[in-house]
Design a protein around this ligand. Structure first.
Ligand code: CDP
Length: 220
């Protein structure tokens, strides 16, 4: 089979751009698992569900038709026939996604789908998978496991730069990320350090530098 590279890390650690860059550099497919949680959040809201109704939200996750592009240079997400690529990045989704991600039946369903996508990518050489629990749960057999960290100030600054065009203030953004970190910290699988994972602190590294380090490790 092809190679699996797991890239885990918190919001703003740069894991998305990094993982995409590594996939592009090495000619691998790319899977952003966060997008699956975001798409279910979008759909649950669209259907007017009470997000605290865990059974209803899990049912929605199972019924949702989800199409994710694994082309690192052309990412899109289609949910029940609607292109939600941009919509799932909106603050209203970011604010609610942790609630959906702590729903264990949602996780079960999305992890199943993520593994399907990973299997489908094997004939084309392999895949870089980005998320929070890839090395610990989704793909424990990954050839390379990277935990990407960055101190909180650097993470807030990166997120701020990404969202500079949006309507959120720096203050609101800080609150949102600090709150999401706290919410995400209740998911047990995010706490566990994976066996054999390489930790890379990206605080003082450029995107290119982090991509270089991971690409080199992948070729070893
Ligand atoms: O880009 P950012 O790190 O801000 O978020 P993301 O990777 O799109 O993930 C959004 C949310 O989905 C996270 O805050 C987690 O609550 C959840 N998530 C998860 O539970 N498991 C994953 N493998 C990936 C994301």
């Amino acid at each position: 089979r092809g190679m699996i590279i797991a890239v885990d890390g918190p919001s703003g650690s740069g894991k998305s751009s990094t993982a995409r860059g590594v996939a592009d550099r090495l000619g691998l497919r790319f899977l952003d698992t966060g997008a699956t949680y975001r798409a279910v959040t979008w759909s649950a809201i669209e259907h007017g569900l009470d997000l605290d109704d865990t059974a209803a939200v899990a049912q929605r996750a199972r019924e949702l038709r989800l199409e994710l592009s694994t082309d690192p240079l052309n990412q899109f997400v289609i949910a029940d026939g609607t292109d939600v690529t941009a919509a799932i990045r909106e603050p209203r989704i970011s604010e609610r996604v942790s609630k959906i991600a702590t729903n264990l039946d949602v996780r079960k369903e999305l992890i199943r789908r993520q593994r399907e996508i990973i299997d489908e990518a094997q004939p084309s050489g392999g895949i870089v998978v980005e998320g929070r629990d890839i090395a610990t749960v989704v793909a424990t057999d990954a050839e390379l496991k990277v935990l990407l960290t960055a101190d909180q100030e650097a993470r807030l600054a990166r997120r701020g730069a990404e969202l500079a065009v949006g309507s959120v203030t720096a203050e609101q953004l800080r609150d949102q990320i600090v709150r999401r970190d706290a919410d995400d910290s209740t998911v047990a699988d995010f706490q566990v350090a994976s066996d054999g994972a390489v930790t890379i602190d990206s605080t003082d590294l450029s995107l290119e530098e982090v991509i270089d380090v991971i690409s080199r490790l992948a070729k070893e």
